[in-house]
Design a protein around this ligand. Structure first.
Ligand code: NAD
Length: 495
C-alpha cells in the first residue's frame, strides 16, 4: 500500500506540526500524493529511536549471516513488487517506466550483493609478538547513520546506503529528496513487513534546511552519508566537521567522454547520445562533456545532432517516449540559463535549447541540446548543468585529450573510445575520475566501487569499500597471562 506518512520507530506517523507537501509528477503536473512534511522535531524523534534501537542490540547483535539473509529477502520482495515500485518512481520523477524498472532490478541486485557479503569482514588476528596475547581487529557498525538522498535516482541512491548499513548492523534515519519520497517509503514498508525491529530503519520527509541540516549536525548521528549537489555537500561536510562525524559524500560530476578518431564511429556516436541524454541527462555520471579528435569532429557532431534531433520526449507511460522531463520549474530555469550562458560565452547551439512544446508544455521538458565550438573555460563546459545538454570540444593528440579530460574540479566518471587498446588503457589510467568506461558508457555493477575523485566526493559506495564505510575498526588486545609489570616499583610510603 502507498504510504504518505513518516516511518519512525516502526510506526507510520504524521508530522508533529501536521504539515504536508504535495508531490507532483513533472511529466504532466498531476498530483501524485500528499505526504507528511517533517521538521526538526520529527527528525529528532527518529534519531532518538534509531539510537535506542542501536544501543539495544536488536539488530547490531544479530549474526551478520542472518542480517545477510534478511537483505536477500528484501531483494526478493522488491522483485516481487517491482511494478508497484517502478510506477511510484516514475510518477515522482517523471522518468520512463522502463528506466524505473531497470532501476528496481539494480536496487534488488544491490540488496542481494550486500546480503551475500554481509559476513565477509569478520576481522583479523594480529601477531602481537607475545604468545600470551590474543590481539584481534574487529569491525563494528558505525552506530546511527544519517542518510540524505537526491531526486534523480531516489531509491537506487538510497539502496547504496541502506543495504550496506543494514548488512553491518547499523540503525539509520533517511531523508529522501522532498520531491521524490514515494519509493523510500515503499522500501520502509518492505523492511517492516519482513520484520526488521522497530527503530532500526526510519524515514523522515522534509526539506534540506530543516530535516537535512539536523541529520548532519545532530550529536547522536555517527555517520552522515549524502548524495546530491556539490554546494549542499560542502554545507553538510562543514556541519559534520563540527561534530567530528564520519562523512561520505557522492556529489556531482562533469564527466568527459573522449572519442579518438580510430573508435568504432557508429558505436561511439550511439553511446555519446546515451552518455549525455539517458534519463534526460539527469545522471551524476552523464557524459555531458564530449571531447572528440579534431579529424573526425565535424562528421561526428553532425551525426550526433541528427540523432539528438530525433529523440522523442514524453511521460513515464508514453511508449513512444525515449526520454523524460526534468524535475521542477526551478531546475528548468537553471538549465535554460546554463545553455544561454554557454552560448553567450561563444558556444554554437547545434540543436535543442528550448522547452517542450505542444502536449509537452504541461510538463517540465527541455529538448536534447548540443553546443559545439566551446572553449574549455566556457561555463557550460565547467559547470555541472545536470540536464540534457552535451558540449563538444576537440583535441589534436593524446596528451591534449587527457589534459581536457582532467580540466575540471570534479572527478566522478568518464569514457574513452578507441580501437587501440593500449591507447585507451594509457588514457584511462591518467584520467582523475572514480570510474572510467572504455568503449562503453554508464554500466556500473554493485561489486565495483563507485565514488568521486576531487570535488566529486569523499568515500566510496558499492563494492567491499561500500560495506566498510558503515563499519569502524576496533583493536582488542587480550593478555591471557596477566602479570605485574614492575614499571612502577611497589614501594612502601609514609601514608
Ligand atoms: P541537492 O544537493 O539539491 O539535494 C540533495 C538532498 O540534499 C535533498 O534531499 C535535499 O533536500 C538535501 N539538502 C538540501 N540542502 C540541504 C542542507 N543544507 N543540509 C542537508 N541536506 C540538504 O541535489 P539534487 O538536486 O537533489 O540532486 C542532484 C545532484 O545530485 C547533482 O549534483 C548530481 O550530480 C548529484 N548526484 C550524485 C550522485 C553520485 O553518485 N555521485 C548520484 C546522484 C546524484
Amino acid at each position: 500500500m502507498a504510504h504518505t506518512q513518516h516511518f519512525i520507530n516502526g510506526e507510520w506517523v504524521d508530522s508533529i506540526s501536521g504539515a504536508t507537501r504535495t508531490i507532483v509528477c513533472p511529466a504532466n503536473g498531476e498530483v501524485v500524493a500528499e505526504v507528511a512534511e517533517g521538521g526538526k522535531e520529527d527528525a529528532e524523534k527518529a534519531i532518538l529511536a534509531a539510537r535506542e534501537a542501536f544501543e539495544s542490540g536488536v539488530w547490531s547483535s544479530v549474526p551478520a549471516s542472518q542480517r545477510g539473509d534478511f537483505l536477500i529477502k528484501v531483494a526478493e520482495e522488491i522483485e516481487r513488487r517491482k511494478d508497484e515500485f517502478a510506477r511510484a518512481e516514475s510518477l515522482d520523477t517523471g522518468k520512463r517506466l522502463v528506466e524505473s524498472e531497470g532501476d528496481m532490478d539494480d536496487i534488488a541486485g544491490c540488496f542481494r550483493y550486500y546480503g551475500k557479503i554481509a559476513d565477509s569482514n569478520p576481522g583479523r588476528l594480529v601477531d602481537a609478538g607475545d604468545p600470551a596475547v590474543v590481539s584481534r581487529v574487529v569491525y563494528e557498525p558505525m552506530g546511527v547513520c544519517g542518510m540524505i538522498t537526491p531526486w534523480n535516482f531516489p531509491l537506487l541512491q538510497a539502496s547504496w546506503k541502506i543495504a550496506p548499513a543494514l548488512a553491518t548492523g547499523n540503525s539509520f534515519v533517511i531523508k529522501p529528496s522532498e520531491l521524490t519520497p514515494s519509493t523510500t517509503l515503499l522500501l520502509a514498508d518492505v523492511l517492516d513487513s519482513l520484520g526488521l525491529p522497530a527503530g532500526v530503519a526510519n524515514v523522515v520527509m522534509g526539506d534540506g534546511a530543516n530535516v537535512g541540516a539536523l541529520l548532519s549536525s545532530h550529536p547522536e548521528i555517527d555517520l552522515i552519508s549524502f548524495t546530491g549537489g556539490l554546494a549542499t555537500g560542502q554545507k553538510i561536510a562543514e556541519s559534520a566537521a563540527k561534530g567530528v562525524k564520519k562523512v561520505a559524500l557522492e556529489l556531482g560530476g562533469k564527466n568527459p567522454n573522449i572519442v579518438f578518431a580510430d573508435a568504432d564511429f557508429d558505436a561511439a556516436v550511439d553511446n555519446a547520445l546515451n552518455a549525455g541524454f539517458l534519463d534526460s541527462g539527469l545522471v551524476c555520471s552523464a557524459g555531458a562533456r564530449l571531447i572528440v579528435e579534431e579529424t573526425i569532429a565535424e562528421d561526428f557532431v553532425d551525426e550526433l545532432v541528427r540523432r539528438a534531433e530525433g529523440i522523442v520526449m514524453g511521460g513515464p507511460f508514453d511508449e513512444a517516449a525515449e526520454t523524460g522531463p526534468l524535475i521542477s520549474e526551478e531546475h528548468r530555469d537553471k538549465i535554460t540559463s546554463y545553455v544561454e550562458r554557454g552560448i553567450e560565452a561563444g558556444g554554437r547551439l547545434r540543436c535543442g535549447g528550448h522547452w517542450g512544446e505542444g502536449d509537452l508544455a504541461k510538463g517540465i521538458f527541455y529538448a536534447p541540446t548540443v553546443i559545439d565550438q566551446v572553449s574549455s573555460d566556457n561555463p557550460a563546459v565547467q559547470e555541472e548543468g545536470f540536464g540534457p545538454v552535451i558540449t563538444v570540444e576537440t583535441f589534436k593528440d593524446e596528451a591534449e585529450a587527457i589534459a581536457l579530460g582532467n580540466d575540471t574540479e570534479y572527478g566522478l566518471a568518464g569514457g574513452v573510445w578507441s580501437s587501440d587498446q593500449g591507447k585507451a588503457h594509457r588514457v584511462s589510467s591518467k584520467l582523475r575520475h572514480g570510474t572510467i568506461w572504455i568503449n562503453d558508457y554508464h554500466p556500473y555493477i554493485p561489486q565495483a566501487e563507485w565514488g568521486g575523485f576531487k570535488m566529486s566526493g569523499i568515500g566510496r559506495e558499492l563494492g567491499p569499500s561500500g560495506l566498510e564505510e558503515y563499519q569502524q575498526a576496533k583493536h582488542i588486545y587480550q593478555n591471557t597471562e596477566p602479570a605485574v609489570t614492575g614499571w612502577f616499583p611497589n614501594k612502601t610510603t609514609n601514608k
